[in-house]
Design a binder for this molecule. Structure first.
Ligand SMILES: Nc1ncnc2c1ncn2[C@@H]1O[C@H](COP(=O)(O)OP(=O)(O)O)[C@@H](O)[C@H]1O
Ligand SMILES: [Mg+2]
Length: 237
């Protein structure tokens, strides 16, 4: 199967001299949910940012449907069908839910209202809260706003950076369920998660990133049962 998104031998960092990613590779096929786990500071967020054009790679390639997108600006990457939900600061707190969603459609403002109605069908809670400022919502609700905003342009690929971080157990359940549904509707996904076991159970494939390089990769359930992965990255047992 040919990859929808392919990252190969990527080197990138925040300054010229310090590379955070040192030869990272990743593949996402159509329809897959691929999960990235690894210790704090491994470079998981950096990898997502580099795919989305927020960091310019110094070596290696990023291709989307065979086309090189490394070094393109984020808005060009959005226009090619990639959405991104950042780990932090992923909503505009002073804007309403509705305005947040419309920010996600800034490339096609005329389609915004129709797409927003579709997403409100899908996320009834957001419809109820559409006139509420995002900053007034609970953490779980804000995460749904961020997800819906990223879905506004109807992306083929969604990049999710720790969508369950800081949420209560009930909200973690809801966000994982939503992510599963979105994937079920055909959106291919790369998801970074600290909730590693849970994320790997539902993943088609997983990658363990450590110190900017791939440590392990394989089907989600194989990683879950790999003694080395368990010992080093899943906290034993
Ligand atoms: N904006 C930044 N400027 C400089 N260094 C950064 C920045 N963001 C992250 N880093 C550094 O890059 C490394 C990887 O960070 P990150 O990709 O956020 O890790 P992870 O998401 O795996 O926890 C860390 O050493 C971190 O301190
Ligand atoms: Mg991170």
């Amino acid at each position: 199967m040919s990859a929808l998104l392919s990252v190969s031998g990527l080197h990138a960092g925040y300054t010229k001299d310090v590379m955070i990613l040192r030869g990272t590779s990743l593949e996402l096929s159509k329809g897959e949910l691929v999960v990235i786990i690894g210790p704090n500071g491994a470079g998981k967020s950096t990898l997502i940012k580099a795919i989305f054009g927020l960091l310019k790679p110094s070596r290696g390639s990023v291709t989307l449907e065979g086309e090189d997108i490394a070094g393109l600006m984020p808005h060009s990457i959005v226009a090619r069908g990639v959405g991104y939900v950042p780990q932090v600061a992923n909503v505009f707190p002073s804007l309403t839910v509705e305005e947040n969603l419309d920010m996600g459609a800034y490339l096609q403002p005329r389609q915004a209202a129709a797409r927003r109605r579709e997403l409100f069908e899908w996320f009834p809670l957001l419809k109820e809260r559409r006139k509420t400022r995002a900053g007034k919502l609970s953490g779980g609700q804000r995460q749904l706003v961020a997800l819906a905003r990223a879905l506004m342009p109807d992306p083929k690929v969604l990049l999710l950076d720790e969508p369950s971080a800081g949420l209560s157990p009930a909200n973690v359940d809801e966000i994982f369920q939503r992510i599963g549904e979105i994937n079920g509707r055909g959106v291919s996904m790369v998801m970074v998660e600290q909730n590693a076991r849970r994320a790997l159970v539902n993943a088609d494939r997983g990658y363990v990133l450590d110190q900017g390089t791939n440590a392990y990769s394989g089907p989600g359930r194989d990683l879950l049962h790999d003694p080395k992965v368990i010992e080093l990255y899943l906290g034993g047992k």
